[in-house]
Write a protein that binds this ligand. Sequence first.
Ligand code: 5GP
Length: 176
Amino acid sequence: MLSGPSGVGKGSVVAELRRRHPEVWVSVSVTTRSPRPGEIDGVQYHFVDAAEFDRMARAGELLEQASYAQNCYGTPRRPVEQRLAAGLPALLEIDLQGARQVRAALPDARLVFLTPPSWPELVRRLTDRGTEDDERVRRRLEHARAELAAEPEFDRAIVNDTVGQAAERLVALMLI
Ligand code: 5GP
């Protein structure tokens, strides 16, 4: 399972991994956020409305769930459990709140933490969007600093210096 602070590039690393290693099974999360240009329902996410998300959560269909930037995200439980029951690896890309729930639900899961090459680089990535006021940026940086402190909770860490290298390191860890 891959996690790490917001803005570190988890999504890009997993997208690169899927491109290079289409044989790796990646869990498709449900989310209430709207698709971004180029995103396809059922590929990057299953896009659902809030009522459907709530129904899934209440029915116990989610392995973990979290909210981020006013949207809800969750991992459908059954596909992951089916993979694991068959002895096959599964990759989950989730935020820290979710990582802690997976740790509790699946004690054998291997938790991989993606770190930025440096703090200034993460600051650059989080502030580069250029569209937000100072207060929002300040809060996001504070949040990222707290998230970085969670690294010791993880089994392994990978530095996201280039997405290609990070993707290859992640695949290597899955095969061990
Ligand atoms: P984005 O909206 O940019 O695709 O994702 C926002 C954040 O939600 C990222 O930190 C991503 O890792 C996280 N995320 C995506 N899917 C899930 C999920 O199923 N569960 C949890 N807990 N976080 C997720």
